[in-house]
Write a protein that binds this ligand. Sequence first.
Ligand code: 1GP
Length: 232
Amino acid sequence: MTKNLIKTFNSEKIKGNKLLAILIDPDVFKISETNTFLGKLPQETTHIFVGGSTVEIGKTEALVSELKKETQLPILLFPGDETQITDHADGLLFLSLLSGRNPEYLIGQQVKAVSKLRNSNIEVIPTGYILIDGGNQSSIERVSNTKPMLQSEIQKIVDTAKAGEYLGCKLIYLEAGSGARILVHPKIISAVKNEINIPLIVGGGIKTEKQKQEVYQAGADLVVMGTAFENI
Ligand code: 1GP
């Protein structure tokens, strides 16, 4: 039951339509409040992302199953590790942490995921994941044991994103980390946008409408917001 998610990302990018994903962390989300939560999401929400740096086994599948009952929005897994993979979701951001040099998050977790994916209908979307310094230590930095790229290293970030595209990634995700104090700078977003020909996702620390619009204007095709919706 594939929704051809990457096709939609590409066609919306071409049309210049901006996308909004709300990120839910199964470890903190109350499943009993799913319906109320969905009712409060902004009208312009186009996707739900589900994932967290560390999530108790079974919680992701339970949440995704509940979400599937309550919404037509596509549900994409945004997993911190392979234990969060469930084929109840529509798609999987098959992340490789290109900013880091820890083989476990570049290819190790991906190999471990294969046994869960080979007989599944979930749409697997290769995604180059680039962690950028958001001014405070992110849980991704802690869990992956990698350093974020500095905001001043614009050319290196651009080259990393382009290398991801050359490797076959269908999406690039610039991540400042959940709850980042400093957003990915618009200059970085624009520079990456100008270099790559695939859709660009940006997330981490985006809370207000103004910030969201600035990130779109800089060149993001899809904005991810998590923390801002945690207590709505
Ligand atoms: C984190 O990019 C996402 O992986 C979202 O971050 O929780 O700060 O919105 P926030």
